[in-house]
Design a binder for this molecule. Structure first.
Ligand SMILES: N[C@@H](CCC(=O)N[C@@H](CS)C(=O)NCC(=O)O)C(=O)O
Length: 212
């Protein structure tokens, strides 16, 4: 007997957008086949499903294509949201996800790939990211353990993979900063079984020299 159709996620293991999507899918226990792609050699199936060809892209079991990571999170949690990650202030969630995706991500990339942005020193790129995002995040997390409200919501999961990248550029420097609330929050997610589960290497995974 044929097995029922399954959703398919085009993913890249270290991509922060893909990590947030995989965590929401795992939290929702949505069965999904992960297709790990090489960003330098994107498979024809991904390009056919989504010409913009960023990851993650979810092709649902009924054939719908979801091309934005936050939409994948919302779609997954709409099926099953055991801890109420969607049950949070929509305006505050929009504020933080926008600040992350629109403001912080380009600054993070300039810091991470500072060799490609020689117009400023790596420290100047890092300072800009601290001022625009990491410090405000720390201020918020000093007021409440979780980003939006008094329990975990999709905002925490949507943002921490990016802060993980920021911390990873120079871990010694990051650990020495007076941003204890961010450091503790990040460590919580790095230690979580959900994060470990979605970072497991799959047998189908191809290696990609491109750093993300
Ligand atoms: N807005 C998209 C952004 C996704 C994105 O930019 N992903 C990166 C990988 S981290 C990507 O696929 N870049 C295209 C490439 O490297 O060719 C989302 O939230 O899903």
């Amino acid at each position: 007997m044929d097995s029922p159709p399954q959703s398919l996620l085009f993913s890249f293991r270290r991509c922060p957008y893909a990590i947030r999507a995989r965590m929401a899918l795992a939290q929702a226990c949505v069965p999904v086949r992960i297709h790990e792609v090489a960003l330098r050699d994107k498979p024809a199936e991904l390009l056919a499903a989504s010409p913009k060809a960023t990851v993650p892209v979810l092709v649902t079991a009924r054939g719908d294509v979801i091309e934005e990571s936050l939409d994948v999170m919302r779609w997954a949690l709409a099926q099953n949201d055991p801890d109420g990650w969607l049950d949070c202030d929509a305006e505050a969630t929009r504020h933080w996800t926008t600040l992350n995706d629109i403001t912080f991500k380009p600054l993070l990339d300039r810091y991470k790939y500072s060799g490609r942005h020689p117009e400023q020193t790596p420290e100047a790129h890092r300072r800009a990211a601290m001022v625009a995002f990491v410090q405000p995040l720390n201020n918020q997390l000093q007021q409440s353990t979780w980003l939006v409200g008094d329990r975990v919501s999709m905002a925490d999961v949507a943002l921490f993979p990016f802060v993980r990248q920021f911390a990873g550029v120079d871990k010694t420097w990051f650990d020495a900063q007076a941003i204890g609330a961010v450091q503790g929050w990040l460590q919580h997610w790095l230690d979580s079984s959900l994060f470990h589960a979605v970072m497991e290497k799959t047998v189908t995974q191809k290696t990609d020299a491109q750093s993300v």
